[in-house]
Ligand binder design. Sequence first.
Ligand SMILES: [Zn+2]
Length: 72
Amino acid sequence: MSNTELVLGFIFKESNYYCDDCLSEKLDIKPRQQINQICNKLKSQGSINREKKDCSSCKKDKLVNIILAEGK
Ligand SMILES: [Zn+2]
């Protein structure tokens, strides 16, 4: 499974909002920059949204990744 699928699957399964740092830690995908690239790609594909919100894990007000229902 690719890292992109891992990220998407994780966000979908958890139904929560996670910042790049927490995704990097939870999925053990490093460096964090790779998460950033993956999430920007998923956003451009319309799979997720990225917005400023409290992260479900670290509770900080950060740019988090949110799954968009029903694909595009
Ligand atoms: Zn976080």
